[in-house]
Design a binder for this molecule. Sequence first.
Ligand code: ADA
Length: 521
Amino acid sequence: MLNLDGIWEFAETGSRGETPVYRSFFAVPGCFDVAGLAYPRKLCAWFRRSEFLEKGVYRMRIGSFGLRAAVFCDGVKLAESALAWSPLEAEFSVERGMREFVIRVDNFTGDHPLFRDFYDFYPFGGIFDHVTLESVLPDEICSLQILPLDHRTGEVEIRVETTADQLRIAFDHGSSETVAGQKVFRRRVPDFKLWSPEEPNLHLLTVNEKTAAFGIRTLDWSGPRLLLNGKALKLLGVNRHESHPEFGAATPESLIASDLLRIRKAGFNFIRGCHYPQRKFLFDLCDRIGLMVWEEPLAWGNNALEGRPADFTQGEFLDALAEQLALTIRNSINHPSLIIHGFLNECGSSRAWARPAVRRMAELCRAMDPTRPTAFASNRPDDDLCFDLVDLHAINIYPGWYRGGDVADVAPAIRNHLEKLSSRPVIISEIGASAIYGDHSGVRWSEEYQAALVCEVLRTVKEDARCSGAALWMFADANTYINNVDALARPRGFNNKGLLDEYRRPKLAWGRVSEILHEKQ
Ligand code: ADA
């Protein structure tokens, strides 16, 4: 496999139709509109590079991008995708010789099927993850999925996509077995060790030329508490955006690693990857350090009414969402750290028109992966009409922040929701307060107020047996929209509810929260 990260020639144009003139260079992966360069410009960027290839069939893969990307070889378009934050793959055949590759990426929102201007996070433009080129092998394993079914016996379901007739399979580089005529089958993993946040053991399965890591653990959401390997789980986590002022969404792996390790060290066991698919590197590390993950496709506050684009009554939005949800599940399914399939953050779920969309996404998840629960984060828990369609009751609530109130309102608000909703596992998918780094006034927007509020949340959630967990909003401050209307709510053009600021400098809350997380129950 060739890694095509590094120096590419670079050009920018105001629209996709213009001819690029390459006058500069760019480091891939990278965002073209980060601080100090072009933030917050909307533009079309062109990346060009030539490679010598032998005659053959190849696959180019862009791990993650925003917001729309197309790949060209010698002037011919090979593939295009608007499924931002998901991988884009292009397969093609070439003759021997120098081949010119161009990747076109833009962050225009006007005609994007999934991103809307009012989303509360900034749509960075660029190539966010590695670009690779590999040969497509005849009869290769196109997909290898391993789903743990039973934590007592170590039984897994194996699903293979290939045109090969015979499969040679082996667990953990042990003795191999030949399987003929079957593409979906079950096996018991020999000498297995369970995966859990405390002991994140992994196993390997090799099928022909492909090896994949997986973990053995089960989830059960049939009662009022979410269970992992048969035991009640308490998720204590943060929401995390892939965002940094210097790197945009093309965060270096060293930064992702230090974020995740820091989250784990503070005592959290869970992150919600908001509000788009997560990179493979993140999952690989979460698998290794026992950090559980909620993943969801790109969406934010979509609805059919309320003066915004009619996302739920036009086919385009829901079709693109379903396509990205399916791709996301396919890409992440082997990761034991992935424990919840989320979708449609804060859609208008108290309205009847939301039901068909929620049902469609929930059914898609279950058809592809019945081993994990489904959820959407509701900001309308009092009159939600869609909770019966999913497996968890996930709620975004902001007691003591939006609509007045104080820290004293936090515990009663949480208990009130638990009282009404705990027929199924309840997760508080967002809760928190803004704090401007360095404000020590002690009132709203100060580090003291935020610290007091999130500590109250964690104490309440830890103590209340009815609660399956909470993800604080949020890990670090992140760039969001900039406009005059919302300037009072989003000073500096940031969502300031981070426990760290955007450069990862801890606010008061970080240390306090860590103390609570490390207290013995
Ligand atoms: C919502 C939303 C988040 C963020 C948050 C906030 O719950 O899901 O993305 O916008 O509110 O900060 O108000």
